[in-house]
Design a protein around this ligand. Sequence first.
Ligand code: F6R
Length: 610
Amino acid sequence: MCGIVGYIGHKQASDIVLNGLEALEYRGYDSAGLVFFDQQNRPELIKQTGRVKNLLPLLDQVNRANQLAIGHTRWATHGLPTSNNAHPHTNNDQTIFVVHNGIIENYLQLKSLLTNQGYTFNSETDSEVIPMLIDYYYKKLKNFDNGLRAALADLKGTYALAIINSQQPDTIYATRLSSPLVIGVGQDEHYLASDPNAILEHTKKVIFLEDYDLAIISKNKIEINNLSKKRRRKIKSELLDYDQEKSELGNYPNFMLKEIFQAPTTIKEACVGRLLADQGLVKLGGLEMVNSQLNYIDRIVIVGCGTSYYAGLVGEYLIEELANIPVEVQLASEFKYRKEPFSRSTVILAISQSGETADTMAALEKVDGYGCLKLGLVNAVGSSIARMTDAGVYCHAGPEKAVASTKAFISQVTILILIALYLSKGNNQDYQALINEIVNLPTKAQAVLDQAANIKKVALKYKDYANFLYIGRGYNYPCALEGALKLKEITYIHAEGYAAGEIKHGPLALIDKSFPTLAIAVNSSPLLNKTISNIEEIKTRGGPIIALATMGNKKLARIVDDVIYLPDALGPTQAILSAICLQLFAYYIAEAKGLNIDQPRNLAKSVTVE
Ligand code: F6R
């Protein structure tokens, strides 16, 4: 999704900004742009649809001697992906330039006010009102700083902003509200980015901006005022202790296939130093430090979006079954607006791969006043959600570059098993069996991957159907939801996930010979026979059926049209094996259709707007 990079110093700013934007490419975007002032203080504004590298030929046509630049990658929310709608946006005099992440909710109202004042707009975006509004107040108040503050006070919504103006060609203004922004500190130079990964190769010394901070950044000085607290803020820099996450394709045709095939390693990485199988111990350092609070919890609310939400649903079954603590899983986008009782003895657990998902961040912000413990299960080290939570567990799955999440789900579920075991304090009859099972899980995951050719054969047989139903029970119900999401995202085929027991309450009406069902019917489910009855109900109505079954289950092969066999495993670990299989199933259909698998249409990796 949208990304911001800025630089001021003694190096060629436009090149640094361009490199930074490239580091953010995997997040998904549809256009890019940057602006800098040339030696005569004239602005060079360059923007283009498509890849960041499309800016290069345009940059080659201008004098690149510049020491200050701001740039942006845009993921369209308001207005089509066109070069006019790309950032930076500017005022009518082309003296103020702004890049914006987030959404200005009252932009229509502001646009109409400004139009009445004679301003003309060149884009369909919400963002363009910002430079116009700053211009309006600047002219009125005759002071840029005051004009900017007045404009910010009128904005409703979320934003991370980098702003430059031709009167102060040696200054970048930066501010944020519910959208991340970080300043990188160098030797007589400063960087700015919405994601530290964009600047990590230059500096690890950073200052994270807080909501309502307004930073005035020059080569060798930073001043930060907090506009809400109405005072200058003490600047506290911190040293990031991780390197830029690099990920190469190797021999894989795309990142999604690579990331699916990383499942065995992902499981191992999630468990390193945490699962001490021979001692029957689960050690989660991040949770140990809040043990005293964990001893008094009586409810866990898990929040997340998309795939992370589905991992949370597996976690609900797990924690309730193993640790006997009531769990509720909520979509972050719903949770943040719900009015519900919430007490200090409830723990909120936010699950997120990117650690930057706006809805999940807002869910955490909502509980700020309740004094409850905030935990995170996050992949991206140092991300906003990791910093917003009191404690938590990192996935350590490494960078996930394909937009559709695969290895993050595997990692999240693995860690949720560890969390459930940890919270159970060993008081569960399945405790040691599950620990032993996790030790074997990478080998079993590899066994699923070894069947890729067979999964592909089945996928190709079904690639032309327009609809799919995915069903499962227990741990495999969230897997059915996740499998259907993967199919939708990367093949654009309509798919619905359902609890198998629910199909007779409605979805059965859809079933005919053109509507196949993918049924997860594995031996580990105590309700296997009930799922088989559901399969029979579908069969009777002429629906084609693919079953995910446990190796050796011959009975299912006689009922269904196609079977994909999975290794036998205990309940929650079985969900991981089913998920890998469903990821491959969706992948091979998308491949056969010749689609852009890593960057499906309309989607972005990191969803930083509501
Ligand atoms: C699905 C997918 C999305 C994300 C969701 C949450 O393949 O990628 O549904 O799972 O946007 O993202 P994170 O986990 O980064 O909070």
